[in-house]
Design a protein around this ligand. Structure first.
Ligand code: SF4
Length: 377
């Protein structure tokens, strides 16, 4: 039986203005301590699952490309000693352009990374500044150049849209520059003003203003159209890939497969039990110092799991597969949807329901939040 592995590397040098992910300021002694306890966590966590084959690994953060490569290699060796890795292993690692050079990328490839992903976000220096990113456009282009030069067969890039002061022209330029780089995978996200971020503070202080909903929707539609014309397939609302370059790790989350999450704030889902690690690095260290796993069981009930599975399924191009849903929950998915809305949304051209699946149409994708709100009981 296979499993995916997620590792949360909780350090950044910078604090992007829109980011509410858990992270600590990067320093070398704390990073060394993190790897010391990550090894203990792996040792404790593999009990009962060491017979699994790892199909995908994803190192997220934080900024994993800041990692000490010797410590990272040692950790991956430990993973290899304890698990079988699938021959077609997908091994992704999130990179920030400013912390990447030819030497780092080459070493990551030797260690086994098959799929770097880059938070490029924009090709406009002003937009990068609003976002509080620490890199410039030249560094983004260089990172992709190095990736191609080293012969990585696949990689991904992230682009954000809907940034304050971003005009249609600036947005179109971002999309065109991205397509010009020809990445195999694109994550295309709307900027969200998350609470407890600098962006949100500046919004409360009336220093910046979100773009209006019509412009945001126009940007999303235009991005979808341009990516499609350039040969990308949208396989999830924010994810676009050239054929065979979909992110298998993310697909495993959406289809309810098992995954083990290591590192502070990582989540896991194994044998129908979901648990999450403490998001405080000091609590994480304290628990592991006592050789206890720093995790808590997620007590959410079956109803919440079902609602989540439907929502995640509707975000994908293939929708919710009725048979797979029944196999997973022993329930009929239609029982969890508002019957009248199913009818109405089909008639209005937002939803397709057939013997096999329930999925959104293009029109449905453009108003996905509203469709899900109406549909899921
Ligand atoms: S680099 Fe990534 S994780 Fe770190 S602050 Fe920026 S967006 Fe957040």
């Amino acid at each position: 039986m296979s499993i995916s592995l997620y590792v949360h590397f909780p350090f950044c040098t910078n604090k992007c203005h829109y980011c509410d992910f858990y992270k600590e300021v990067h320093d070398k002694p704390t990073e060394a301590k993190f790897y010391q306890f990550l090894a203990v966590e792996l040792e404790l966590a593999i009990e009962k699952i060491s017979d699994r084959t790892i199909s995908t690994i994803f190192i997220g953060g934080g900024t994993p490309s800041l990692t000490n490569l010797d410590l990272f290699e040692k950790f991956i060796q430990q993973v290899k000693q304890n698990f079988t890795l699938a021959p077609n292993l997908e091994f992704s690692l999130e990179c920030n352009p400013e912390s990447i050079n030819l030497e780092v990328l080459s070493r990551l490839k030797e260690i086994g990374v098959t799929r770097p992903t880059y938070g490029l976000q924009s090709f406009n220096e002003k937009t990068l500044k609003v976002l509080g990113r620490d890199h410039n456009v030249h560094q983004s282009q260089q990172a992709i150049y190095f990736t191609n030069a080293l012969g990585y067969k696949t990689y991904g890039v992230d682009l954000i849209f809907g940034v304050p002061n971003q005009s249609s022209k600036m947005f179109s330029y971002d999309v065109e520059q991205l397509i010009d780089l020809d990445p195999p995978h694109i994550s295309f996200y709307q900027l969200i003003f998350e609470k407890n971020t600098e962006l949100y503070e500046r919004y409360l202080n009336k220093q910046i203003f979100p773009l209006n909903d019509d412009l945001i929707l126009a940007m999303y539609k235009s991005g979808c159209e341009k990516f499609k014309n350039a040969g990308y397939v949208r396989y999830e609302i924010c994810s676009f890939a050239k054929p065979y370059h979909e992110c298998r790790h993310n697909i495993s989350y959406w289809d309810g497969s098992d995954y083990l999450g290591l590192g502070s704030s990582a989540h896991s889902f194994i044998d129908n039990v979901r648990f999450y690690n403490s998001s405080s690095l000091s609590d994480y260290f304290t628990a592991l110092n006592k050789r206890e796993l720093p995790r808590k069981i997620d007590e959410s009930g079956i109803e919440e799991r079902i609602a989540e599975a439907i929502m995640l399924g509707l975000r994908t191009e293939w929708g919710v597969n009725k048979k797979k849903f029944f196999k997973r929950f022993e329930k009929d998915v239609l029982k969890y949807l508002d019957e009248n809305q199913v009818e109405r949304l089909q008639q209005s051209g937002h939803l397709i329901v057939d013997d096999e699946k329930i999925k959104l149409t293009d029109e449905g994708f453009f108003v996905i939040d509203e469709v899900i709100r109406l549909l899921v009981k």
